[in-house]
Design a protein around this ligand. Structure first.
Ligand code: WT7
Length: 655
């Protein structure tokens, strides 16, 4: 990324104000260092104490960490709990009438749900699932609009011990089918339509299409929440309205008591191969990760109004919408729509309207809002804000400073949180009342997270030098395995290169002279487009599945708003198209990728060639494609290239 260069020169420090520090849950570097020291001296004792303090157990655990089958680590395994109980029931006595969710729909209408009401809704839906025969360990696919019902569906699954797999509502029928099939799910929960930015997306129709693609024989029922008046096809033997399912169901549902190691959910994410990985998380450790970070990183206070803008289709929406905020008893805003509808003031208007104190969003959203209306925040009263956060990709210092000054009024610390689907919860992030922030750096690991930057041999690198970001000790909210593929889990995250001892995050990073960590980007064939992970191989497979395409190679290039843009180099079976024809086919291929994977994976740019630059042994030279995609001159050695002339052709073929 071009912003990396400017990031590297950034050295301004923003310590917390005295006022913030004094009131913070972890106060000052003394507070941070004391926690780190405790973790260093007695790692298991440290996590064990937090596990006892923050989680309500049906039966407490005796053993904190079991490493006997590393890297398949187990946390709190003999402890018994229910995650949904921790998110809802345990608040009823003290916070039953507290608002749990302030839901704002795309059209601006607001629905508030208290913890007591949430309890009732979750219990009724859980009983509904049970009435269909869904039980502990069954997989439930949730393909829903972002909103109260999505949270209810997730919580209800957790309540009965079913394993949910949420599929982002922007994914295609093919992507949905693959996820249903891989997990052999029994039920899909969807809606007739979702609404975003005034436009309806026919989720039920996509579900029908997915089930029609084959491989989904495990599906017994499709539960459909009626979000709009839009019509959808209906199969009486299989489809069931949400409102009919919950009608007459009891509003109490005894939680299924689970081992802390029983799986809570699977969430698919992209990797280096074409097949997404089903990242599997367990209940106890995951819940602890979300709780600890709510307390330390988001400095949670009972008076807060918390708002994380992520969709539940992503890990951020799992940890910081569905689980963390509820587990800690927060009032949170859940927003169905998009930041730019009806205009680029939507976020700021909502912060004012709901009195949001803690706001967590993505750098890509910040950059697009700067571009569309950098002065808009000034039209709103944002004085309720006390803490800001970012996640998903490095934030460029310009955007950071704008966020800090224009949105945060110069008074709110910004927590730049580095983590991953696999880590379950924040890993590297400033504790806002302790660690001075630096624009562009996610700063220091959370206490108890032993992160490092190492070279190929696993040896620490000196400050300023890039290396692999690793985690040296297991942590409670870590991925447990890849669903159905423990070998891939081992190879991907605990590779033999490091003797299987280090968790390899897949990012490159470096330390600066203050010991702060700077994330530089992915080391694998994974792109980060608008904070979302996309595997280049997945997009390539989608492209070559098109009957017109013979070969395709996908790379990323820096993009002002999205961070990275998708560039596809395509060789057709027919001759290389030119002019109008090329434009037409490029359009077709974009629509094709949207249909195969989802809109987020659509190439921003397509370049047709007679061929791709290959070595004599037939390997596509992606580093050259990256240079061409950036529009730069190829200065690297091309002597191993079989067909050097192709570079010139590709250079002049951007569409
Ligand atoms: C990848 C994980 C974690 C929720 C959102 C994405 C990148 C994430 C940061 C950050 C720099 C970041 C990394 C990471 N990333 N947060 N604060 N600074 N990069 O989850 O889809 O699992 O992607 O996102 O490259 O490996 P994900």
């Amino acid at each position: 990324m071009s912003s990396i260069d400017s990031v590297l020169k950034e050295n301004r420090l923003f310590p917390p104000s005295d006022d913030f520090r004094v009131k913070a849950n972890v106060s000052g570097m003394e507070g941070y260092n004391a926690l780190c020291e405790k973790a260093n001296n007695d790692y298991e004792g440290f996590w064990g104490d937090l596990g006892r303090e923050l989680i309500t157990w049906k039966k407490p655990f005796d053993k904190v960490l079991d490493s006997s089958n590393a890297p398949f680590f187990k946390w709190f395994e003999d402890g018994v709990l229910n995650v949904s109980y921790n998110c809802i029931d345990r608040h009823l006595e003290t916070r039953g009438n507290k608002v749990a969710i302030i839901f704002e729909a795309d059209d601006g209408s607001v629905t508030k749900v208290t913890y007591r009401e949430l309890h009732q809704r979750v219990c009724q839906f859980a009983n509904g699932l049970k009435s269909l025969g869904i039980a502990k360990g069954d997989r439930v696919v949730i393909y829903m609009p972002h909103g109260i019902e999505a949270v209810v569906a997730m919580q209800a699954s957790a309540r009965i011990g079913a394993i949910h797999s949420v599929v982002f509502g922007g994914f295609s029928a093919g992507a949905l089918r693959d996820r249903i099939a891989d997990a052999a799910a029994k039920v899909v929960i969807t809606a007739n339509e979702s609404v975003r930015g005034g436009k309806a997306v026919p989720l039920k129709a996509v579900t029908d299409e997915a089930l029609g693609l084959g491989g989904c024989d495990s599906i017994e029922k499709v539960i459909v929440y009626q979000r709009t008046n839009g019509k959808c096809e209906w199969d009486d033997t299989r489809d069931l309205w949400w409102h009919n399912l919950v009608k007459g169901q009891a509003s109490e549902c005894e939680p299924e008591w689970m081992s802390a190691e029983d799986p809570l959910f699977i969430l698919y994410t992209s990797g280096s191969t074409g097949k997404p990985k089903g990242i599997q998380h367990s209940g106890g450790g995951y819940l602890l990760g979300t709780l600890v970070s709510m307390k330390w990183v988001f400095d949670y206070k009972d008076t807060d109004v918390y708002w994380c803008t992520a969709d539940v289709g992503w890990i951020t929406g799992h940890s910081y919408v569905c689980y963390g905020p509820l587990a800690i008893g927060a009032t949170q805003v859940v927003f169905e729509g998009v930041p730019t509808y009806p205009d680029a003031g939507r976020f700021w208007q909502m912060i004012e309207k709901h009195g949001v104190t803690t706001f967590y969003t993505a750098p890509t959203a910040i950059r697009s809002l700067i571009k569309l209306g950098g002065d808009l925040p000034k039209q709103y009263n944002l004085s309720s804000l006390r803490l800001l956060g970012t996640v998903g990709e490095p934030i460029n210092p310009e955007a950071w400073i704008w966020y800090h000054e224009v949105v945060g009024g110069g008074r709110c610390p910004i927590v730049d949180t580095w983590w991953q689907t696999e880590t379950g919860a924040n890993m590297i992030a400033p504790l806002p009342g302790a660690v001075a922030t630096k624009p562009g750096s996610c700063t220091l690991p959370l206490p108890g997270i032993i992160a490092d930057v190492v070279d190929e041999a696993g040896a620490p690198v000196e400050p300023g030098k890039g290396g692999f970001l690793v985690v040296k000790k297991p942590w409670p909210s870590m991925v447990r395995t890849i669903w159905n593929d423990p070998d891939r889990f081992k190879k991907t995250y605990f590779p033999d290169d490091f003797n299987g001892k280090l968790y390899l995050a897949g990012d490159s990073a470096h330390f600066d002279e203050n010991g702060y960590i700077w994330i530089m980007g992915r080391i694998d064939d994974v792109l980060n487009v608008s904070g979302h992970r996309l595997g280049t191989m997945e997009i390539e497979s989608a492209l070559v599945a098109n009957p017109l395409v013979a070969e395709a190679a996908v790379v990323g290039k820096p993009h002002e708003i999205k961070g990275e843009a998708v560039v596809a180099f395509v060789v057709l079976k027919a001759n290389r198209p030119e002019g109008e024809k090329a434009t037409q086919i490029a359009k077709e291929l974009r629509e094709w990728v949207a249909h195969e994977i989802g809109k987020i994976a659509q190439p921003d740019e397509i370049r047709f060639g007679d061929n791709l630059p290959k070595t004599r042994s037939g390997k596509i030279m992606r580093r050259l494609l990256r240079v061409i995609a950036k529009g730069e001159e190829v200065t690297q050695d091309t002597s191993t290239l079989e067909n050097p002339a192709i570079l010139d052709q590709l250079r002049h073929s951007a569409l």
